[in-house]
Design a protein around this ligand. Sequence first.
Ligand code: SP5
Ligand code: ZN
Length: 353
Amino acid sequence: MLTLLNPRHAEHIGRHEMFRGRLVDSHESPARVEHVLAELRRRPLGELREPAVGDNELMSALRAVHEPRYLDFLASAWDDWVALDPANAGIDALPSVWPLPNRHGFRQDGWPQNIAARLGQFAFDSGTPLTAGSWVAARAGAACALGAARAVLGGERCAFALTRPPGHHAGPGFYGGYCFLNNAAIAAQALRDGGPARVAMLDVDYHHGNGTQTIFYERADVLTLSLHGDPRTEYPFFLGHADERGAGAGEGFNRNWPLPRGTALAPWRSALDEALQAVSDVGATALVVPLGLDTFEGDPISGFQLRSADYAGIGAALASLKLPTVFTFEGGYAVAEVGTNAVNLLEGFERAA
Ligand code: SP5
Ligand code: ZN
């Protein structure tokens, strides 16, 4: 398995996130990728390299799934934040005011001059610290996803975009859930552009991939599937329910498997089998797996009960589709175990492939 590593991931270091009225240490840290890297060095799966992607081709790939004004916002957000108050240079940017949906009469159409208002226009939570290095790290991460898609188009059976910040909560024009650019969506779009008429996205992170769902909701060419904690009780709460089936041309091309807190391997695997069947049924010829390891029993912010030894079998099940596959690294906050769990899954995939 080819691994594309984001050499600039550590430039994004979120300090704090808002949780239940307090600023707490951010769970999403550079150490997560370092642990996966260390495990890949112990148990090599193949070549590990940095992606070779030019800036213009990268920006085109970002514009294929994100709105121009959102990308403009991200490009200048940190400088705008510091310009608001020089003391902000030592503080992560977090929003604290939002426009509610249009039915309440708040205007959404403007470009607020105050960055504090703009943060609320583009972020859907106050748990995603935007830092001096967020834009550069997120772009270099998206390049990994693009590089992974291209490798697969070039004939690799599979490729792993080992990057952070993660991506699956980022939508066409919004960020949140530690995510700024939707790496999995960028990979899926690049696969589509490179040939495969239908791509399947099978999100196994503990949290619903709301950004990815939103990006492809009205499209039939990218089937979006997600297994996750039931949003009636779990983050991101406002999307990920079983009755969200796609819209317009995309009707029937989105499926969600919300599962209760406490779900262990057997019911999780039953849901996975249904999702695998859905991928086969639509005749997808390429697969993208947003790979979150926060389904692990030891995860500090999640509620499933998967064990380290379970991940090899999950990888083998994914390989049974026999599709060219891109993995993007998403959540997983039990830092000491995230490398073992990720490599268990990828090695299980590779052995079965
Ligand atoms: C990519 C991904 O997995 N994003 C997840 C974002 C979850 N954000 C909300 C987490 C709130 C949990 N904070 C718990 C603090 C307990 N000390
Ligand atoms: Zn997650």
